[in-house]
Design a protein around this ligand. Sequence first.
Ligand code: GLC
Ligand code: CA
Length: 549
Amino acid sequence: MEKEKWWKKSVVYQIYPRSFCDSNGDGIGDINGIRSKLWYLGELGVDVLWLSPVYPSPNADNGYDISDYYGVSPEYGTMEDMEAFIHECKNRGIKIMMDLVVNHTSDEHPWFMEAKKSKDNPYRDYYIWRKGEAGSPPNQMESCFGGSAWEYSEETGEYYLHFYHKKQPDLNWENEAMRKEIWKMMNYWIGMGVGGFRMDVIDVIGKVPDQEIKENGPKLHEYLQEMNRETFGGKGLVTVGECWGADVEDGILYSAPERKELDMIFQFEQMQADQAPGKRKWDLKPLALKQLKQAFAKWQEALEGKGWNSLFWNSHDLPRIVSRWGNDKEYRVESAKMLATTLHGMKGTPYIYQGEEIGMTNYPFSGIGDFADIESVNMYHERKQMGCREEEIMESLCAKARDNARTPMQWDSSHAAGFTEGTPWYKVNPNFTEINAKKALEDKNSIFYYYKKLISLRKEEPVLAHGRFHLLCPEDERVFAYTREQDGRKWLVVCNFYREPAGFAYAAKGKVILSNYKQEPVMQMEGMELRPYEAMICEVIEAKEEQKP
Ligand code: GLC
Ligand code: CA
């Protein structure tokens, strides 16, 4: 058998540098802050760090608007700090996955500053320019952050395309010179010793604006193959593409090894199980567990033996999972562990977002003044203008705003949760005296140690990393259960998603490997009653005839 890729047993930890740890008291997290917490990440056992952008940026979108791909923002430190960070990670066997934001730059990037000057500027064609139609934008395409995707530029009287904020002009991937600049920049970071790339909204680089094609454009995969050839291919790095618009067929195109594109994709189908059909993320509906199970199972089955997926509940773009689909009150610990079990029991590479491992919750916002994210603020004004009720808008924001994930990491119960000695750039969740890393490390039953166990199981147990997935009881509205099977071994994962007890039956005995409740070492699984948010992973022993394969 071909040697399996190292990242199939890895767990990635995402750091949002602005909110992780501040080393110099200016209230903004920084690289030296991260360096001071490497022992903590080592204790958890993660082996890849996805670093959200630390490049110079005017911060219209918190660093996802880059003005210099080769530098480090002074807010976050110096290039020497970055080098020391890379070096220290290397010593600990931790790889750094850089955020690669190449669908767009900042409008303050020198390329754009040049491009906007005149129609014959050599950089003009690095971006996408069109004449308007009688004083209005070329077409109806919309920005993800609200309003038109076209912005009028005074200097030349043309519009430029921006799928995100108007300070994030889209790059023109048709332009070969521009692509070469990107390859050069990627090779620079590879030379610096980074271990991989997370590719921001990579599914839209093949856009064809005149046909209003955004995701999955005709040349998308051609570009990725070129990127692979010209930069990271064959160098043992790990690459993941963020793809909001991918279906399973696309997932295979991106991640099938023989196509030589990316190692895995980061797609969001499972995160839509509480979104009104055909609507935006702000249009809420209660979690539909059957839909959630279906989404996961579809990807698990479709990619089996063909491609590779990421497993995640959280990121800097998503609200806190324990508040979203768990119970952030009396069952916070149980439900956080249950959600971890569900996710880490599956096949793929799990991602943990900072604070998830201690069960951090959504923020108790009380009014629009509490929100900092451009997406939240724009949505508020847009919906106000549409005549939506204040309470309804606030309900959506509290549930889904990205700000929920961006409050400072809760380290201990001291000033500002130990995140900074100064004034934090953004609000600290007032529950930090109860929920913090120090407390979690002192309690051997904490969510932290549960994650640690899940991470080590993936490294030690081939059935967890490689076993084939099979969904059980797809029609059950309360229990998420499935098996993983490899080389004659079978693991069973059972999770009750609700606070009400739920029945579950499986005709076998199970040796308990991990659970969020105290269990007998071996249990009869024929007629179980699961307690609130109860979750377990069992090795199946003595399966009855009818369930033998
Ligand atoms: C990705 C990032 C998000 C950012 C957007 C534009 O979705 O994760 O934070 O706003 O791309 O770069
Ligand atoms: Ca700082």
